[in-house]
Design a binder for this molecule. Structure first.
Ligand SMILES: Nc1ncnc2c1ncn2[C@@H]1O[C@H](COP(=O)(O)OP(=O)(O)O)[C@@H](O)[C@H]1O
Ligand SMILES: [Mg+2]
Length: 331
């Protein structure tokens, strides 16, 4: 339970809704045999959330996952938050807007199913539904790639093309999706502008290091200039051991620097790399890992337009004779 609390968002760790308390309390308070391990019990109860989060805002929610700096976890976030949303029962279309360097299809294990891309739809070579790739595990999750790997965008392909695409998705016969999630390319050039144009909210992914933070701050300004006011951040690849040793910035420091509301805190987890290589997103792992749970919680908060608070927790007494406090996350 202790480790789960470290990554929790809420005063009531793991739970976002008080209505779930009885289920968890019942599990946690149940007398346990001495040989029983507590951790798996806690994790399995998280998976038995007995309600669907309430969808806030108008649909489709068009969310761009962005960062500025590359390699901080945008695509990992898109895949895991997207599939979590689908598992919660929402219809999701994930758009890979990373032109030329697309890899969302690989993370999802759908690379062999992408026959057509948005470029071909716009050229009139195929229909939109032919370019949408339905996930093999969750049929309410679909992937849409902008272009073929290593290709360049045709001249004239810009934000308006993505706005058209979002309108076309809204007008589909089976109805508009609940979420359209756009995996943004790194950088702040034309590809970035194209990806953010149709969005009305953004999730900024950052790692707790100064280069990533500087880029995130710059991107926040650009998003605001574009009229996107609903910006939340995910702090990824957090290492508690390094924060304790004061070798890594705490989540509280990150939040103070960026001044954005916090959607989630994702720990550094070697399972992320393993799942990336297997094309099997982390949130589908059984039993779940801490990073998988953290992505699930971020998806819950996204649905309910909720956020979490970075807090100060007590320093381990052994580490410092002065005792005192240092900033950390959770609570
Ligand atoms: N929480 C994490 N723990 C460990 N590795 C991670 C984590 N998040 C991302 N990674 C790894 O970092 C690399 C870059 O992630 P990716 O999602 O492709 O970033 P981006 O889309 O921002 O370029 C990948 O190899 C991925 O597996
Ligand atoms: Mg990426």
């Amino acid at each position: 339970m202790l480790s789960l609390q470290l990554f929790s968002a809420n005063p009531n760790p793991i739970l976002l809704n008080p209505s779930l308390k009885p289920v968890l309390n019942h599990r946690f308070l149940k007398p346990q045999k001495p040989c029983q391990k507590r951790k798996p019990a806690a994790i399995s109860s998280v998976l038995q959330w007995n309600r669907k989060p309430e969808l806030a805002g108008e649909t489709p929610r068009v969310v761009v996952i962005t960062s500025g700096k590359g390699g901080v976890g945008k695509t990992t976030t898109t895949a895991n938050v997207g599939l979590s949303l689908a598992r919660l029962g929402f219809s999701v279309v994930a758009i890979d807007a990373d032109v030329g360097l697309r890899n969302l299809d690989l993370l999802l294990g759908l690379e062999n199913r992408v026959n057509y891309t948005v470029v071909e739809v716009l050229n009139g070579d195929c229909r939109l539904d032919q370019a949408l790739v339905r996930d093999k595990r969750w049929s309410n999750f679909e992937l849409l790639c902008i272009s073929k790997p290593r290709s360049k965008l045709p001249i004239g392909f810009g934000g308006k093309a993505l706005v058209w695409l979002v309108d076309a998705l809204k007008a589909r016969e089976e109805g508009s999706p609940d979420f359209i999630i756009i995996d943004c390319p790194a950088g702040i050039d034309a590809g970035f502008i194209t990806a953010i144009t149709p969005a009305n909210e953004a999730v900024l992914v950052t790692t707790p290091d100064i280069t990533s933070l500087r880029d995130a701050d710059r991107v926040t300004g650009l998003l605001e200039c574009d009229g996107i006011r609903d910006i939340k951040m995910i702090v990824n690849r957090v290492r508690t051991d390094m924060i304790k040793g004061e070798d890594m910035m705490s989540v509280l420091d990150v939040q103070e620097m960026l001044g954005l509301s916090l959607l989630g805190v994702i720990p550094e987890d070697s399972e992320v790399i393993r799942s990336t290589n297997r094309g099997y997103p982390l949130v589908l792992n059984k039993p779940p890992t801490l990073a998988g749970l953290a992505f699930e919680q971020a998806a819950w908060r996204l649905v309910e337009q909720d956020s979490m608070k970075a807090v100060v927790v007590e320093e381990e007494p052994k580490r410092s004779v002065l005792g005192g406090l240092f900033s950390f996350f959770g609570g």
